[in-house]
Design a protein around this ligand. Structure first.
Ligand code: CTP
Length: 401
């Protein structure tokens, strides 16, 4: 993502202690960040820490001659390409909803034309109070975006909705706000991760797929404004911001979920590593060693799983369907044959023999293989970079559709 100018506005809640971590995440993503604090925020977070991490002076006061000489409050409001309020207290949300401007942060929020993202943090009863709910609804209706609050243990001792989202989550929401909504109105179905095929009630056959590639695609599609459904096999990855996730275990369960979601989807991207075979007769309880034949060998009979990608390609209509190919040799040739056999619009081929790309790692080196035999080889990229390149291609197909 291109570096952007972000104003991080911090109001006075205990969650303000996470602001430095959030600031670091935004700086790591390459953004230029300035901080503005309410007077109460200073009690929870040191301006000196924020100044050191942002490399920018921190604004605290309205009409302070020294601070205004640096950049005046209207200049600050105009400078920002995004204003992120984290944490946003109930008081600040109320001021924003009603147009109050009695300190630097609320004044900048009234003056800015930039998109605004808020990460509320407060006691559960304050969040659920009709006054706060109405204020949040007013802000949403004006286009203010929200991330959180999340449920959990609150600093005040209560449990429930009110925790500020984790900094990594807020950084994801920032990326979503800053990405152009080129897939708005589109429904994207993504599959990711490996499947697990039951041998008995506790054991499975699975593979080394981490799901990272498919999750990165789902995250990027959501950033671009699509409604995203992620059918996830075995994966420990966190659900990307704004994505609806359906967890499945086996290939058969994945097929069922994909077929249920397929009708409503305009774009289908099948990054999952689906097991090709499953045990023919999984035991419904744990197999015991004493049940084994005397030879000490256990023979499992495997039957073939349905090919979900091939099946949906048969009834794809004008949907765009992208398949993946995991190959250890003759990568392009094998992917071309796979594309012809399954009938998808594009195959993303991975060389799984490489150690620096593919399974488990954060980077991938892929080749796009097209039906007209064209081949595009991409350099080694972060999986989010591969996802962006892939969705750029899908968007081109979409305009031709
Ligand atoms: N796929 C699928 N259902 C299966 C097997 C694979 O939908 N039962 C999909 C994968 O999600 C991927 C593509 O087909 O998009 C290719 O998967 P891959 O494992 O590379 O190929 P296979 O079709 O399984 O063929 P082979 O194992 O012989 O390489």
């Amino acid at each position: 993502m291109d570096p952007r100018r972000i104003l991080l506005a911090i109001s006075g809640g205990i969650a303000a202690y996470k602001a430095p971590e959030l600031l670091r995440a935004l700086r790591k993503a390459g953004h230029d960040v300035r901080c503005a604090l309410t007077p109460e925020a200073e009690r929870f977070v040191s301006p000196l820490v924020l100044q050191s991490l942002s490399g920018r002076s921190v604004r605290r006061n309205l009409f302070d001659a020294g601070e205004e000489g640096e950049i005046d409050h209207i200049g600050l409001a105009d400078w920002a390409e995004l204003v992120l309020v984290a944490p946003a207290t109930a008081n600040l949300l109320a001021k924003m909803a009603h147009g109050l401007a009695d300190d630097l942060v609320s004044t900048v929020l009234l003056a800015t034309r930039a998109p605004v993202l808020v990460a509320p943090a407060m006691n559960v009863n304050m969040w659920s109070h009709p006054a706060t709910a109405t204020n949040a609804a007013i802000l949403r209706s004006r286009g203010v975006s929200f991330v959180g609050p999340d449920a959990g243990e609150l600093a005040c001792g209560w449990e429930g909705l009110g925790r500020m989202s984790e900094p990594a989550r807020i950084a994801e929401a920032v990326a979503a706000c800053l990405t152009s909504k080129s897939l708005a109105g589109e429904r994207v179905l993504v599959t990711a991760g490996g499947t697990a095929e039951a041998i008995d009630s506790v054991r499975t056959i699975t593979n080394r797929s981490s799901g990272k590639m498919g999750f990165a695609i789902a995250a990027e599609a959501a950033r671009r404004g699509a409604e995203v459904v992620l059918v996830a096999g075995i994966s420990t990855q966190p659900t990307p911001f704004g994505v609806r996730r359906i967890d499945v275990g086996s290939a058969l369960a994945m097929r069922e979920a994909v077929l249920a979601e397929f009708e409503a989807a305009g774009i289908v991207i099948k990054a999952a590593a689906v097991a090709d075979f499953r045990p023919a007769a999984p035991a419904d309880r744990k197999l015991k060693k004493e049940d084994l034949p005397e030879s000490g060998r256990l023979t499992l009979e495997l039957v073939q799983n349905p090919d979900i990608l091939a099946e949906i390609c048969l009834r794809k209509g004008d949907r765009i369907v992208v398949g993946f190919a995991a190959e250890s040799h003759d990568v392009v040739g094998a992917a071309q044959r796979k594309l012809a056999r399954k009938g998808c619009d594009l195959i993303v081929a991975n060389d799984i023999s490489r150690r620096d790309a593919g399974f488990e790692v954060d980077q991938n080196a892929v080749v796009f293989v097209w039906p007209d035999q064209q081949v595009e080889e991409l350099p080694l990229l972060d999986k989010s970079g591969v996802a962006a390149q892939l969705l750029d291609r899908v968007e081109k197909l979409r305009t031709r559709r």
